[in-house]
Design a protein around this ligand. Structure first.
Ligand code: ADP
Length: 252
């Protein structure tokens, strides 16, 4: 290796399901402060790689490093303590709480509980101020008092992103952030992710190629559990083997 330290790195990472390798000896590197997308045809192993990196699944073999340290055996909460956070799915948005309450809850989770009364009051004020700022930043101010359960699908995704960013992660892992979103929401969420990427590392698995082309500075193309190519959008999209993988033709 070249001695560089990555936000996340895998070494010969594999995950097997009953003899089938969904991820097969992957050496993946997520550079610090990059906006990195993993793409590939259906069944390529993108979700499995994502689930390995986020500790949703244990690997069958290989190693995962965060900032150069072996984190292969750490749990998801342990990774969150290291400021590596994955977007939660919509189920993590509390339908029976308002938008503001959801954000406040996320902020309380970030800070933990303050011990003394004065500390608690100061902390409470900070939470309220930061909730206002997050509502504003995510265009949710008008929906602050709305029950999260009655938001549109797109706004739920925006709220979910807001609660994830309330944790101020240094590494943000997003699983298909545009899935199920309409054109307008895609534009909004793309902008939010671009802003969220300032000063942090973002990895996304995403099917929408326009979004990938617009957002990602680095793209990893997976095919059949392996990394086929990595580079800028221009680099990977000009490769014949990448195109062939997408059109289902045989490739070398
Ligand atoms: P992608 O996200 O690129 O579409 P996945 O990582 O979801 O790919 O899946 C890669 C391959 O691994 C697929 O062939 C899929 O059927 C298989 N696979 C994924 N998860 C499981 C599982 N839990 N059990 C068995 N096979 C699985």
């Amino acid at each position: 290796t070249d001695g560089a330290v990555y936000a996340l790195e895998t070494r010969d990472l594999s995950r097997e399901f009953g003899g089938f390798f969904a991820v097969n000896g992957v050496n993946f590197r997520l550079a610090r402060n990059s906006m990195h997308a993993v793409i590939g045809p259906n069944g390529a192993g993108k979700t499995t790689l994502f689930n390995l990196l986020t500790k949703f699944l244990p690997p069958s073999a290989g190693m995962i490093l965060h900032d150069g340290q072996d984190v292969t055996r750490l749990s998801m909460p342990a990774m969150a303590k290291r400021s590596v956070v994955r977007s939660f799915q919509i189920s993590a948005v509390f339908a029976g709480l308002t938008v503001r309450e959801n954000i406040e809850l996320a902020l309380l989770r970030e800070h933990g509980l303050a011990w003394n009364l004065l500390g608690r009051i100061a902390h409470h004020r900070r939470v309220l101020e930061r909730a206002d700022a997050l509502l504003e930043r995510f265009g949710l101010t008008d929906y602050a008092g709305t029950m999260a359960g009655s938001l549109s699908y797109g706004r739920k995704r925006v709220l979910e992103l807001a609660t994830t960013l309330a944790l101020e992660p240094s590494v943000l892992l997003l699983d298909e952030p545009m899935a199920g979103l309409g054109h307008e929401d895609i534009g909004r969420v793309t902008q939010l992710i671009r802003e969220a990427g300032k000063g942090r590392t973002v990895l996304l698995v995403e099917h929408n190629m326009n979004v990938v082309a617009e957002l990602a500075d680095t793209i990893t193309v997976m095919v059949r559990g392996e990394v086929l190519a990595q580079g800028s959008y221009a680099e990977v999209s000009s490769r014949a083997d990448v195109m062939a993988a997408y059109t289902g033709q045989a490739h070398e």
